[in-house]
Design a protein around this ligand. Structure first.
Ligand SMILES: C[S@@+](CC[C@H](N)C(=O)[O-])C[C@H]1O[C@@H](n2cnc3c(N)ncnc32)[C@H](O)[C@@H]1O
Length: 230
């Protein structure tokens, strides 16, 4: 990936810390009711595996705090700047970090020409990605089906997403939801725990979910060979 110019690099770091402060510190705790430090970081650490794929990496905050569990890391994002920032920030695992600009809504997220080792993971994370994906749940939750081929038989898919439906939103949350959905930063008014569970259960035998504040934490394993139609 091309080097960032000094100005762009300062801007990138500013954006990175602004994102971490506003989204992961202020919004997570006070709007969504789910502390990044007390809930999301321990959740991430407890599910990340040796070969890990992070989809929608953003600033790389979570993989940067994964400790030394990861031996190999692959980062996927639509935005090349995110990949560039995140891969600089995350300590290099023993077997390195690979980055791919790719769309999680595309069935073949990673290039088919990759060696098998880059197409098979112990864990795949989707942290704060789903609420940003466009479209109704039935469309955007195909992200689970798209991630599944890259999971080892005993691997785990996990993540967190802000729900828009059937959860309590405080005034701050309501304001952010309204602004973000209007600006197209979020598209989650239709996202409920039931919709996410239904989509996960059609792809995985084992599904666990928990709602904290208005954030759904999910963990799924034992991928089904074919999607189960309801
Ligand atoms: C809200 S950020 C979350 C970042 C990070 N996972 C975290 O929890 O801090 C969402 C990230 O997903 C990326 N993203 C959005 N739509 C995507 C898509 N269709 N495919 C891949 N990445 C996407 C964005 O570029 C952004 O980096």
């Amino acid at each position: 990936m091309a080097n960032l110019s000094t100005g762009t690099a300062y801007y990138a770091w500013f954006t990175l810390y602004l994102y971490d402060f506003w989204v992961l510190c202020i919004s997570s705790s006070f709007a969504w009711g789910c502390s990044t430090w007390n809930i999301l970081v321990p959740f991430f650490k407890s599910h990340v595996g040796r070969r890990h794929l992070d989809v929608g990496v953003g600033t790389g905050y979570f993989p940067a705090r994964a400790g030394d569990t990861m031996e190999a890391l692959t980062l996927v994002d639509l935005n090349p700047s995110c990949l560039s920032m995140a891969s600089r920030r995350i300590p290099q695992p023993k077997n390195g970090t690979k980055t791919f600009v790719a769309d999680a809504l595309e069935p073949r997220m990673l290039p088919s020409s990759l060696p098998p080792s880059l197409k098979s993971y112990d864990s795949i994370s989707l942290m704060y990605l789903i609420h940003t994906l466009p479209g109704p749940p039935g469309y955007k939750l195909q992200v689970f089906r798209n991630a599944k081929p890259y999971l080892k038989e005993k691997g785990v898919v996990f993540g967190a997403t802000v729900l828009g439906k059937d959860v309590y939103h405080n005034l701050f949350a309501m304001l952010l939801m309204w602004v973000y959905n209007r600006l197209g930063i979020f598209d989650n008014f239709g996202d409920s725990k039931e919709e996410v569970m239904k989509a996960l259960k059609s792809e995985f035998e084992e599904v666990r979910v928990e709602v904290i504040g208005c954030v759904l934490l999910f963990v799924a394993s034992q991928p089904r060979e074919t999607s189960k139609q309801e």
